[in-house]
Design a protein around this ligand. Structure first.
Ligand SMILES: Cc1cc2nc3c(=O)[nH]c(=O)nc-3n(C[C@H](O)[C@H](O)[C@H](O)COP(=O)(O)OP(=O)(O)OC[C@H]3O[C@@H](n4cnc5c(N)ncnc54)[C@H](O)[C@@H]3O)c2cc1C
Length: 299
């Protein structure tokens, strides 16, 4: 295979499309459904050329387009890589997928809160995806932790499904876009608890409540909730890279706009790359740049 792409989000799908258009064979290895984080975006309003589509719809169109261009797909988790320049390969589902060039497009996942009880209650009330799990908490009281766009989007999404949503943020101000903050303030069933931190979670087999410390007064209060959605930032899915690929702050892959990493023939595209803006449009741009760089490398 000319180009093996680990991850089928917008970065990986665009790398596949552009690789095929450059005359290269391309294989996308995807652990779940193609589309990545896009699949969790209820509505995408900032991808140029389309409006009002869901992320899942956009993902489906991107996948069909890459497939029509001749890209190949395999479902499986990449568990590691061989970064030896003359023998590049991805290990997936017990197979060795040899490549002349590799594109790392595994994206990011949500960071854990790091509070006692979180690990034990993950999947039992503690969730990292409101769109995926919100339905399980319909009619119940839930909390969202975080103060950025994702936290506000989660709170708004959950306010339509749950009885009451408490948004807990350690800062005095939100980092989220003003429009989202205004929308959230207009919802009768979203409460704000800030500045405040979650100190611990309670419940044996399922989440029952949180202990929250209000930072202004120092007072601790108990909050009875059956769901807690963590939205306190993202971390790169770089655990499969070993020590061969240079990583920067926060563990993101160091690569410039041309997506070249420190290893010849290995390119990093999308949210996994150290960069300023992580969006669908920038992930697609990286995917295109990675395919172009791979084509140049193979020439
Ligand atoms: C709820 C939500 C709403 C959003 N809304 C918007 C929006 O409106 N507009 C916007 O521009 N952006 C939005 N974003 C951000 C946008 O979705 C991301 O910036 C973009 O999806 C990043 O693309 P990517 O291809 O780099 O990574 P990802 O989308 O994270 O895709 C990575 C893919 O790699 C796969 N993968 C990871 N590890 C492995 C492995 N070891 N083996 C095989 N496959 C693997 C994953 O399953 C995933 O499919 C939103 C994100 C979220 C979570």
């Amino acid at each position: 295979m000319d180009v093996v792409i680990a991850g089928g989000g917008p970065a990986g799908l665009t790398a596949a499309l552009y690789s095929r258009r450059a005359g290269l064979s391309a294989l996308v290895l995807e652990a779940q459904a193609c589309g990545g984080q896009m699949n969790n975006a209820p509505k995408v309003e900032n991808y140029p050329g389309v409006s009002g589509v869901s992320g899942a719809e956009l993902a489906s169109v991107m996948r069909v387009q890459a497939e029509a261009a001749g890209a190949e797909f395999a479902v499986g988790t990449v568990t590691g890589f061989d970064f030896t320049p003359s023998a590049l390969a991805a290990f997936c589902g017990g197979k060795v997928c040899g490549a002349k060039a590799l594109v790392l497009a595994m994206g990011t996942e949500r960071r854990a809160l790091g509070v006692p009880g979180e690990e034990r209650l993950a999947g039992r009330g503690v969730s990292y995806c409101a769109v995926c799990d919100g339905f399980f908490f319909r009619g119940k009281n839930v909390a969202v932790a975080g103060g950025g766009d994702t936290a506000l989007q989660d709170a708004l999404y959950l306010s339509a499904v749950c009885a009451e949503v408490t948004l807990i943020h350690r800062g005095e101000r939100f980092r989220a876009r003003a429009r989202l903050c205004e929308e959230a303030k207009g919802k009768g069933n979203i409460r704000f608890l800030m500045p405040a931190v979650i100190e611990s979670l309670s419940g044996e087999s399922a989440l029952e409540g949180l202990t929250v410390r209000e930072l202004t007064t120092g007072a601790a209060r108990e909050l009875a909730v059956s769901g807690l959605f963590a939205a306190v930032g993202m971390k790169p899915r770089a655990e499969t890279l070993g020590g061969a690929i240079a990583l920067g702050e926060g563990g993101f892959v160091l690569a410039g706009e041309d997506t070249r990493t420190n290893v010849p023939g290995v390119f990093a595209a999308g949210d996994i790359r150290a960069k300023g803006l992580r969006q669908i449009v920038t992930a697609c741009a990286d995917g295109a740049a990675a395919a172009a760089a791979a084509a140049e490398f193979l020439r």
